[in-house]
Write a protein that binds this ligand. Sequence first.
Ligand code: COA
Length: 391
Amino acid sequence: MSTDLAIGVHDLSLRTTSLVLPHAELARYNGSDVAKYHKGLGQRAMSVPTEDEDIVTMAAAAALPLIERHGPDDVTTVVLATESSVDQSKAAGVYVHSLLGLASNTRVVEVKQACYGATAGLQFAAGLVHRDPRQRVLVIASDVSQYDLDSPGEATQGAAAAAMLVTADPALLELTGPSGLFTADVMDFWRPNYRATPLVNGKESVAAYLDAVEGAWRDYRSQGGLPLTDFRGFCYHQPYTRMAFKAHRQLLETAGAHLDEEALHRDVAPTTSYNETVGNSYTASVYLALTALLENRDDLDGRTVGLFSYGSGSVAEFLAARVRPGYRAHLRQEAHRRAVEDRQVIDYATYRSLRERSLPTDGGWHELPHRTQGPFRLTAVRDHQRIYEAA
Ligand code: COA
């Protein structure tokens, strides 16, 4: 940012669903070698929503600890990024605003560009805080990733939300300029309004992602961005965690750096622990990687880390952030560990029956069973409206 005022992420909180399907169970069902999932994709399990969980309940659950710690005052804007939205018109963040009891003089908006949306939200938030440093902006990334049953993408499903409070003088992370940007009109992954699951050209999406790494890094450097050697870690969007290693290889190659396997591992491995067990959480994925990096490394005081955000279609951004001294005192690793470990393990049949159900569309009054372990639930659909309540 072209200002001396430090602006960035003051607090960061993650939540996922109450159920988890191990990849070993998926492999048992479809006859795949489980090593393809564990080693080839770098995935061990995927979060699965209960009947009464969705992007709204996860988003509110992720944001609640931020409001409890810092209070609701001066939260002037809520930006919720998602590509698995529950309504074509109403912003999902309005439900979250209500569940959190935020003030009526708040601006709420939903942002969409595949898995990239939350990074746009972060930049919009930084702009608002720059204009008025008293403002605090809640940026939430929340997604349920679902592909067609029995398709290659099924192994890369998942669900999670990441909530960030963006403020002046942040405790965790200061956003620094410039941003490396890259947009290309490609059809690697898209979801027409009439479909519940996306259409995806899997191999093309990997190639498009790698093109975007190259393009965004070149743009970042052409604007005077820091050299590779100034970075102490790299967080990538992780549709599956092996993708982060492919991406970093591409970055090193583009930057003309030596392809050192040890450095590759050191730079990326600390970022994958949440994503490998939660699965693809679309907009939230790169922020799960960031959280893992901050929690798994204790030597980042004052250091710069890189974030690469990619959304199919495609839009990408590479940005640098300086970790604030003393950041570890503000992390929430115990709550995050519990959110992941407390999930109930389900078998393939249970997962399949959950996937094959859909919410009634007849406009009647349908109560949903209480299954979530989270603080908020979707209790019913009535007159085509979703009814959310504290659990
Ligand atoms: N042991 C170890 N590794 C194995 C293996 C085994 N038994 N079998 C396969 N693999 C490896 C493959 O060599 C491959 O590695 P590579 O990527 O380094 O080439 C990897 O596992 C995936 O195998 P592949 O045959 O390519 O998988 P797939 O045809 O099922 O498709 C995706 C993989 C990612 C394209 C598919 O899951 C998909 O479409 N996902 C959704 C879209 C997505 O996530 N895109 C990413 C960019 S946004």
